[in-house]
Design a protein around this ligand. Sequence first.
Ligand SMILES: Cc1cc2nc3c(=O)[nH]c(=O)nc-3n(C[C@H](O)[C@H](O)[C@H](O)COP(=O)(O)OP(=O)(O)OC[C@H]3O[C@@H](n4cnc5c(N)ncnc54)[C@H](O)[C@@H]3O)c2cc1C
Length: 368
Amino acid sequence: MKNLVVGAGFSGATIANLIATQLDEEVVIIDKKDHIAGNCFDYRDENGIMIHKYGSHIFHTKSEKVWAYLKQFTDFNTYMHKVVGYLDGIEAQIPFNFNTLYQVFPKTMAKNLEEKLLDNFAYNTKVPILEFQKQDDDDLKYLANYVYEKIFLHYTTKQWGVPPKDVDGAVTARVPVYLSKDNRYFQDKYQGIPLEGYTKVVEKMLDHKNIEVRLNTEFKDVDASKFDRIFYTGPIDEYFNYKFGQLPYRSVNFKFETHNKEYYQSNACVNYPCNYDFTRIHEYKYYLGDKSEKTVIAKEYSEFFELGKNERYYPIPKDENTVLYNKYLEETKKLDNVYFLGRLGDYKYYDMDKAILRAIELFEEVCK
Ligand SMILES: Cc1cc2nc3c(=O)[nH]c(=O)nc-3n(C[C@H](O)[C@H](O)[C@H](O)COP(=O)(O)OP(=O)(O)OC[C@H]3O[C@@H](n4cnc5c(N)ncnc54)[C@H](O)[C@@H]3O)c2cc1C
């Protein structure tokens, strides 16, 4: 069998690797970009700092299967992501937790709120912010309004370009109040950054005698009839020439700056929920502990995706978009031996581990 994989991000690289190694079949993997690794592409700059070109990527998973699969290609450091945000000029933990309480309020006030929270919620649980707002107690109502206003409202509006009422519940549920003292952003068992970066991981996944990588190659310029199976990780609407219309995405513009100092900020990621037009600043040297007298940061600005102008980043979860996606999904059923996967093929936000798992499961379903 000859296989064509469109897109050399984690989804494409996983399926290509499994077909080549487990079925001993030929795979041609193409990408329209001049590099592999898709959105997870990273590189060392002239200062020796590992830069994540399309935004900070922190690997985290609960899946033993994904962890075991990736460990064939890389070791990870023990980086566990933490986020701080500027709230009223104070650097405080995000998501809002018991430590944040003591960072932003006077001690007696924080203690009172902590006790009321413990009376009303189970310790170590996450309560979505919109749920948290449903309070009877005046003090907790005050706290809920504080978190809503200072952490949620402006950040969500900047990130999605619309007021929170127009943002899907699936997205707002991701912004919790965490009734815990755990400052980590993720609680997954396995977390870290690949020691040689993500691009190296994908390079190793694709380093096989059965795999041919063709960069700067668009799907439309390839003779698809020469292949027995096609795995398509590009945008599903583009595959069908946008016949039902374009699927909307949020995009992100990263403005990179190099500074002549060892560190720019106290943490890898600092959120600015209430100030400025950017949502957050990433400082890359934290992820692998890179040593340099200089430092590189990226200010992250959210914007709408416009074809030909910027990149697709986040599918926008909304009923009308699901309806549109489902029309394309129906079309895929008329095709033989063409399979869609990945964040663009499935029109679905996947963390890296979920994208890899989806590719492993599709391989098991289609190829075994
Ligand atoms: C800002 C941001 C931050 C993120 N941070 C994290 C994080 O911290 N942790 C985490 O686990 N996940 C994170 N993710 C998610 C992660 O980026 C995805 O899980 C991952 O990129 C999915 O890989 P993919 O292969 O499905 O898609 P992609 O990486 O986008 O790969 C698709 C590839 O297909 C190529 N392609 C598209 N159309 C064509 C065509 N017509 N012809 C040829 N090639 C084509 C593209 O050039 C691209 O290289 C983040 C995502 C974003 C947007």
